[in-house]
Design a protein around this ligand. Sequence first.
Ligand code: SME
Length: 175
Amino acid sequence: MAVPATVPVGLGEESRMESLSRIDRGLAKLLLYKVDSALSSKTGRTAREEVVKILNKGVPTYAWVGIYLVHGNDLVLDAWSGPQPTSHTKIPLGKGVCGWAAKTGRPEIVSDVSKDPRYLQCFESTKSEIVVPVVFQSKVVGEIDIDGDVLNAFSTLDKEFLEAVAAKIARACAN
Ligand code: SME
């Protein structure tokens, strides 16, 4: 039987999901180690830039990764890694999924952005999103925002992993 050499046209969302590797415990452990290593040699924005790169390059489902920092009543984009820049470089607290997570201090997983009225679009390709606040000394100082190009790209494991990353970078975000 002939095996198709290329991806068949009309591949459904589910199959596309399978073709993108999601995080697993082994990868999470490796990436946490890389984050530790980056933080041991770098500080401030240089450290944050390294961390977004580690996440974006390390997990195929993390299509665009950004760190926003809280400045007064706004979130300001500080470091990002992905195919293109976003025009949402400043988001008021409470606006968008990002502003919501920062205001409430709770992580948000949006499995289908087209169904969430809070969603602010950055990229046409985005189908799902996860936002995890970064908390330092009981205050939200920033957040990790990740866009996925497939529906349902993020699970509880992504949330737990990103909470661990957020805890590690908290001091570097408070500078
Ligand atoms: N989608 C976000 C805005 C930031 S971009 O995803 C980079 C939101 O709804 O707040």
